[in-house]
Ligand binder design. Structure first.
Ligand code: SF4
Length: 950
């Protein structure tokens, strides 16, 4: 009977061969750097899957990663080198050969290097090869180098590195396996995307509580157990109220503070004196504490002492001092930090703040995690268990991109420290090569004595200042760098100020440059504050010379973006599937808390256009310019094999440290250090294009004070010596800058900067109103306007991708429903937003789950007509819009940079606006359409996988 019903036997091929070859490489559709397997059929890319063995994503692949294939087939790809022949912005280009392109670039750059190398400003975007590009700038001899960090999250990086010697994302992560309470602040999902997804799955599976502190309930906040819809720019105040509550309740880990932080270090109390606020040190420079039994000073970190945390002491020589903890407690116990005092400003009820503080205290102290792993601290003390406070925190650009962002980031680390929740089981964990000393080396190079014709700088252009003596100042105390990084305007500018480069180059402040050299940085559109102004600066003529005020622009990118039209020489890059790349421990590796890791990209297909990987171009330019690190003594190229040759054979700092840590040594059996191995790249490919070292159990936590870990780290060259890394509740570095502003020391700020430095270089974290808010009438601009990042998009790359565009083809302005109703708005209506700087028109969508005074949108989706080779009338150009047009690189005084005063981080999220209903049919402002060059104009009406693009 059954046989009869079944009918004739059918042969179903349930596992068809979809590819004839699979190549491993590393995704580059966002910053997360997941391992991927690219399936190829007949030499063409068929599909992409996650690499299950890869330490970052363990096989997980997101929408962006899968859609990488359409990036590769994008009709916006540049296909030939171009030379501008019409006015900037006209899109009139002439196709040229690579030989001519390289000759032109060499001629321009060598003239600069022969005369004054700092007249080259070299700025890259979301560049994952900064260990090469920064090194190239150093060799060229220009201090004017940075990537996009000053635009994105330098506050997060510097706030962490100067406080706990590490930071979130690339240098640290939550202990997903043991955390019981997880707080995520602001936009955080766009970095470390897949690991956070995997981690949240673990937390949810275990029943850990997830708390999202974000003005908008979107992204990962949507699955949080509790959402706190905070007012933008007030996170620091909220956290300090938590600190207030915990101090009041005595819910703090005193033993952790005394052992692993500088809480016991004595701070000189002598207002007006040159050493006020500095640590009391012995003749060896070791900081001292007050031993409450011996009634004498002792080395602060000595074992077996009883250091005091509170009160003021008088030293034998009569000097007065207080422990850093006392200063901290005095400040944050003040009622101005109480939940009742901050609730309205933060938009979070006081009772909620008290509840969160009580939960933190309960989980930290009643639900400790104990791992049966013995370990040894740096003094040699043996601990038979690892005991941790299972509170994890994660944050990224959301809380960073404010003028108060640096201190806000420090407040998060302060909260972690008082709970004893740094690199213990259940807490934030460092990723090697971090932790490093706070602050670490190197110092930024670029002092006057470091600069000269045909002269490399003695160190990298980006580094960490530890006091006024490390600033890059000219003979008059003014900035040396074109972006003013490491000057009194941004003394702790660890990542530079990309958002100020075009403005300052245009203004000739502090000098005129000759050439702006950009790599994958859409600085004329979505990587710009004040887009219209920026385009004007790129096209303004110098009245004296009749030339452009920024005389030359070289730009390398893979795609026809909005900025390409303003460049003079275009060096077309490959896509990420067509080149070698290196995710290096010398830069920002893919390590996790269990061990260091690095990765490569290998070309999975050959380019079918006249394009060259930018890294190859940089290395060849280095040789053509005669830069010492790229040229042999006999004048031949040091890396004739291009980037793979460089990755294998370049060493730096020590003869046995190179871009890749795995399989070093002639036999390929050394890791971390070792002579170059000619087969190294083969070994990476055999291993799935990554290398990973697993720490021993006893090295896994307490890394900042763990003897075994510190000795191993020093052996790897991650830290200069195996000394403990003591966490900095109180920052003496900041106090040194403040003392200079108060008139002490040989290097002092100019008069007009003194008050600013004295105010914002507070050694303890502070909160203050964002600068834009303080400068405007808040009733004239009552709303906060911010952006979030959709999980399916990353920068402007995603919003030109044929598959991803179907998810987010345009971006509505999300308005809280009650606010929208007050304005008589319905979905699909249009509004005009006006800031102190400009206005835009945008389509509206009402929503729940957003702070009552905040409107927001997805970033980087709005496109200029004609750019990215999108079809006329594409929603990205008619309904898509950017908040960038409303944001200025300057504060309302039109002279001060719209940046954090400590680091120079761009203050995107300080934007204030007013909103009115208008009738409109398209988004504004509308710029004239860009005309793509002939070499990229084949634009199909419908773009499908497999459809040929000529
Ligand atoms: S998270 Fe980023 S790196 Fe990972 S697959 Fe998605 S786009 Fe690629």
């Amino acid at each position: 009977m059954l046989e009869k019903l079944a009918g004739p036997a059918e042969r179903v091929e349930r596992s068809p061969a979809i590819s004839d070859e699979v190549k491993n490489t590393t995704c580059y559709m966002c910053a997360c750097r997941c391992g991927i397997k690219v399936h190829l059929k007949d030499g063409g890319i068929r599909f992409i899957e996650g690499n299950r063995k890869h330490p970052v994503n363990k096989g997980v692949l997101c929408a962006k990663g899968s859609a990488g294939i359409m990036q590769h087939f994008s009709p916006a790809r540049l296909t030939k080198p171009l030379k501008r022949v019409g006015p900037r912005g006209s899109g009139e280009f002439q196709e040229i050969s690579w030989d001519e392109a390289m000759q032109t670039a060499t001629q321009w750059l060598s003239a600069i290097r022969n005369e004054d190398p700092k007249k080259l400003a070299f700025f890259t975007g979301r560049d994952q090869s900064q260990s090469l590009t920064g090194f190239w700038a150093q060799q060229f001899g220009t201090p004017n180098f940075a990537a996009h960090g000053g635009f994105c999250s330098v506050n997060m990086a510097a706030g962490g590195i100067y406080t706990v010697g590490g930071s979130f994302w690339e240098f640290g992560e939550p202990d997903w396996d043991h955390a019981k309470y997880f707080m995520m602040f602001g936009v955080a999902e766009d970095h470390d995307s897949n690991p956070i997804k995997i981690g949240l799955g673990k937390l949810k599976g275990r029943g850990a509580k997830v708390v999202a502190v974000n003005p908008v309930r979107t992204g990962y906040a949507a699955i949080a157990d509790q959402w706190l819809g905070i007012r933008p720019g007030t996170d620091g105040l909220f956290v300090l109220a938590l600190v207030h509550e915990l101090l009041k309740a005595d819910a703090i880990d005193l033993e952790y503070l005394a052992r692993y932080t500088n809480a016991t270090w004595l701070v000189r109390q002598a207002p007006g004196e040159a050493d006020h606020g500095l640590f009391i040190r012995d003749e060896d420079g070791a900081p001292l504490a007050w031993d409450r039994s011996a009634h004498a000073t002792v080395k602060a970190q000595s074992p077996g002492t009883q250091p005091s945390l509170v009160g003021e002491v008088t030293l034998p020589d009569g000097r007065k001092a207080k422990a850093a903890f006392e200063l901290m407690a005095e400040r944050y116990l003040d009622e101005s930090y109480s939940p009742d005092a901050v609730a309205e400003r933060c938009g979070i009820p006081a009772d909620t703040i008290r509840e969160v503080a009580a939960e933190l205290a309960h989980v930290a102290f009643q639900e400790t995690v104990t791992l049966d792993i013995p370990w040894t601290d740096w003094t040699g003390r043996r601990h038979d268990k690892m005991v941790g406070r299972p509170i994890s925190i994660h944050a990224m650009r959301g809380i960073s991109a404010h003028t108060n962002g640096f201190h806000t980031c420090r407040t998060l680390h302060l909260l972690q420290m008082i709970l004893g929740a740094v690199d213990v089981p259940g807490s934030f964990r460092y990723k090697p090569p971090f932790p490093r000393p706070a602050p670490p080396g190197p110092k930024p190079a670029g002092k006057p004595e470091h600069l000269g014709p045909n002269q490399p700088m003695p160190g990298p252009p980006l580094g960490f200042t530890a006091g006024p003596e490390d600033l890059l100042l000219d003979e008059n105390g003014g900035p040396i760098r074109i972006d003013h990084a490491y000057s009194w305007k941004a003394p702790v500018s660890a990542h530079g100020l990309m958002h100020m480069v075009i403005h300052n180059a245009w203004a000739g402040d502090p000098y005129k440059i000759d050439t702006l050299f950009m790599y994958m940085a859409n600085m004329g559109w979505n990587s710009s504050m004040n887009v219209g102004g920026t385009l004007k600066m790129l096209t303004d003529l110098d009245e004296e010379t009749g030339e452009y005020k920024i005389p030359r622009i070289i730009y390398s990118d893979a795609f026809w973006s909005e900025t390409i039209a303003y460049a003079d020489l275009i060096l077309p890059d490959t896509t990420y599937l067509e080149r070698w790349d290196c995710v290096s421990l010398l830069d920002r590796p893919i390590s996790d808390a269990e061990g260091p890791a690095d990765a490569i990209r290998q070309p999975v297909v050959k380019p079918d256009r006249e394009v060259r990987p930018f890294q190859e171009v940089v290395i060849e330019l280095g040789y053509r310019l005669g830069l010492p690190a790229f040229t042999n003594d006999d004048g031949t190229a040091k890396f004739p094999g291009g980037y793979p040759d460089y990755l294998t054979n370049h060493t730096r700092g020590a003869p046995d440290i190179g871009p890749l840590a795995g399989w070093r040594g002639l036999q390929g059996d050394e890791h971390g250090r070792g002579a170059p191995n000619p087969k190294q790249l083969d070994r990476y490919i055999e291993n799935g294009c990554f290398w990973k070292h697993h720490l021993k159990p006893g090295q896994l936590y307490f890394k900042n004070v763990n003897k075994d870990y510190l000795e191993w780290s020093a052996g790897m060259g991650f830290i200069p010596e195996a000394k403990p890394i003591i966490l900095q509740i109180y920052s003496e570095t900041l106090q040194k800058f403040r003392l200079a502003a108060e008139g002490h020391g040989p290097i002092q700020p100019p008069e007009e900067e003194r008050e600013r430095i004295a105010t914002y270089f507070d050694p303890l974290p502070i909160w203050y109103a964002p600068f834009e808010e303080a400068a405007i009438q808040t009733d004239e601009f009552p709303l906060h306007a911010i952006t979030q990042r959709p999980a399916a998009m990353y920068h402007s790359w995603g919003s030109q991708n044929a598959w991803l565009r179907q998810i987010h083809g345009s971006n509505p302005l999300f308005v809280p429903r009650p606010l929208g109703e007050k304005h008589g708005l319905e979905d699909g209506d249009w509004v005009r937003l006006t800031s102190h700087h400009g206005s835009i028109v945008a389509p509206v969508k009402l929503m729940e789950g957003v702070n009552a005074d905040t409107i927001w949108t997805w970033n980087a989706i709005g496109k200029r007509k004609g750019a990215w080779n999108l079809k006329d009338g594409s929603p990205e150009t008619t309904k898509g819009f950017l908040l960038n047009h409303l944001i200025s690189e300057l504060l309302p005084d039109k002279k001060t940079s719209n940046s954090d005063p400590v680091t120079g981080q761009a203050a995107w999220y300080d934007l204030r606006v007013r909103m009115e209903k208008v009738s409109a049919e398209h988004a504004e402002p509308l710029f004239s359409a860009l005309e793509p060059p002939r070499s990229v104009v084949n634009r199909p009406d419908i773009l499908r996988y497999g459809k040929a693009i000529a």
